[in-house]
Design a protein around this ligand. Structure first.
Ligand code: ADP
Ligand code: MG
Length: 508
């Protein structure tokens, strides 16, 4: 199924209404027309233009609320995540334009952002969907200077960033990326999820090295993994929802940085440049260019978000811009980037998988029944077969009335007799008795052969599934990582998180 990228725009409320405010017009909240200030107009190659136009799935103006953003952007995405599709929402924009405000929120519960609202919604919804059994896991990581770190590792509170374990990536033979040193936490309700979010944001703030004082220099990926199993069949699915708060998109030339900061800026700028390159390459491929290679591997962020950008994922971007002319160049760059992203589409499919353990259990039971029946048959006892393939429908044969039965009819009667569908065989002559014995011999041999074939088939299947299961268990797969210790979130509740400090949830 094709899924076009959706790109939303959010304008940050302007601090002052003076001449510094950006001049723009909104058309049905879908088209933004930016009236170019003089210095920009004459700085552009084509200086004949007074304005530029940009299209979006929807534009949130300066008055938009967190609730509006959530219900318009997030609910459809989360619904498809709950149905078993991968989904990503990422916020893109220059520092200070409202990415973190949009994704995580501000100080109060009222102003909470997409992530905490998504958690509430997810838990409310899975309570309603009773046909499935769900398990939810959360991980939270930060990418900083091309290194990724676990934000839910409580030891990081006591140690400086330099001593944190880096998250290691490795790829299996099916090109799936696995992560080492990233804890995954099973989460049973909304509050546990919010505690994890707060803990991650808190760790992000307190990592005390001067290098990491500004969260705007790192990318953050909050990932919710959903495992849903249909209680009535053996199918399960595993879907992932990435909620991404990217580093500020401002260009290096503008940031007046030096030393370590220059190094950081270089990395940040580079990874966003690589993000742009991936988007350009994907765009070219969509337009028919023969582009086999998409440069995901140039940066950690694009490697990690490979599926979100050009794979099996429903992807949505929220671009945030400031509404001031001082930032117009950055704003135009964000707007242009958004247009490119908006042209992309992904091919998505439901991540369904068969519950191998359940299948193996069922096959083992079937095999046991077959072995028992075979043994009974070999001992000469009648078998009241449970095996559908071997079962014959109960039916009445026409009465013989003394007329000799033909061979076919006798054979059918013998089969019914052996299956205890009829209690007696009406034999009128020696000739009929001979036909009966022959039919019994044939049926016995056929039945034995069928049992053996069926058993071989089931045994082979069992062996194959058993091997897959064992291999799966051996790999340090996602499902094993979930055994990681659950974090002690109590500690963080008492502390004040400088960025996110939700007041108690009011009764709503
Ligand atoms: P970014 O993460 O893009 O660097 P922030 O989300 O930290 O930017 O926003 C910078 C400041 O602006 C914060 O104080 C935030 O609360 C405020 N802010 C951002 N967007 C909005 C908005 N839509 N409404 C009100 N305040 C906002
Ligand atoms: Mg931020």
């Amino acid at each position: 199924m094709k899924s076009q990228f959706e790109v939303y725009l959010r304008l940050k409320p302007s601090n002052n209404q003076s001449q510094n405010a950006m001049q723009y017009q909104l058309n049905h909240n879908k088209r933004l027309q930016v009236i170019l200030p003089r210095h920009v107009k004459f700085g552009l190659v084509n200086n004949s233009r007074d304005n530029l136009e940009f299209n979006f799935t929807h534009i949130f103006d300066q008055k938009s609320t967190q609730e509006q953003v959530f219900s318009t952007v997030t609910i459809p995405v989360i619904n498809s995540f709950l149905d078993g599709y991968n989904a990503t929402i990422f916020a893109y924009g220059q520092t200070g334009s409202g990415k973190t405000y949009t994704m995580s929120g501000a100080e109060t519960w009222q102003l909470r952002g997409v992530i905490p609202r998504a958690l509430s919604y997810i838990f409310d919804e899975i309570d309603k969907r009773t046909k499935f059994e769900y398990k939810i896991y959360i991980s939270f990581m930060e990418i900083y200077n091309e290194n990724a770190y676990d934000l839910l590792e409580k030891r990081h509170l006591e140690t400086p960033l330099e001593q944190w374990n880096k998250i290691a990536l490795y790829e299996d033979d099916q090109n799936n990326i696995h992560l080492k040193n990233l804890s995954i936490h099973q989460c049973n309700n909304e509050q546990e999820g919010i505690d994890l979010l707060m803990m991650g944001n808190f760790i992000r703030q307190v990592s005390s090295t001067p290098m990491n004082q500004s969260s705007s220099r790192s990318h953050c990926i909050f990932t919710v993994t959903l495992e849903g199993c249909d209680t009535t069949s053996e199918t399960c699915f595993l879907s992932k929802l990435h909620l991404v708060d990217l580093a500020g998109s401002e260009r290096i030339s503008k940031s007046q940085v030096e030393g370590n900061l220059l190094n950081e800026a270089k990395y940040i700028n580079l990874s966003l440049t690589y993000l742009e390159q991936v988007i350009i390459a994907l765009n070219e491929r969509m337009k028919g260019a023969n582009r086999q290679h998409i440069p995901y591997r140039n940066s950690l962020m694009t490697t990690l978000l490979k599926d979100s950008l050009g794979g099996n994922c429903k992807t949505v971007m929220i671009s945030t811009i400031s509404s001031e002319n001082d930032n117009i160049e950055e704003t135009l760059s964000t707007l242009r980037f958004s247009q490119r992203v908006g042209q992309l589409e992904n091919e998505i499919r439901r991540n369904e998988k068969i519950d191998l353990e359940a299948v193996v259990k069922r096959l083992e039971q079937e095999k046991l029944i077959l072995i028992r029946e075979l043994e009974q048959y070999q001992r000469g006892g009648n078998v009241n077969s449970n095996n559908k393939k071997l079962q014959t429908q109960q039916q009445m044969l026409p009465m013989t009335n003394g007329i000799p039965l033909n061979q076919k009819e006798i054979t059918e009667k013998v089969e019914l007799y052996l299956n205890e569908r009829i209690t007696q065989l009406d034999i009128k002559s020696v000739e009929e008795a001979q036909i009966c014995f022959e039919a019994m011999k044939d049926l016995y041999n056929t039945r034995m052969k069928e049992y053996v074939t069926e058993l071989t088939f089931i045994s082979e299947k069992l062996q194959k599934y058993d091997e897959i299961l064992t291999r799966k268990k051996e790999q340090s797969s996602f499902l094993e990582q979930k055994e990681n210790s659950s974090p002690e979130v109590e500690v963080y509740r008492r502390n004040e998180s400088p960025q996110i400090n939700f007041k108690k949830k009011p009764n709503q």
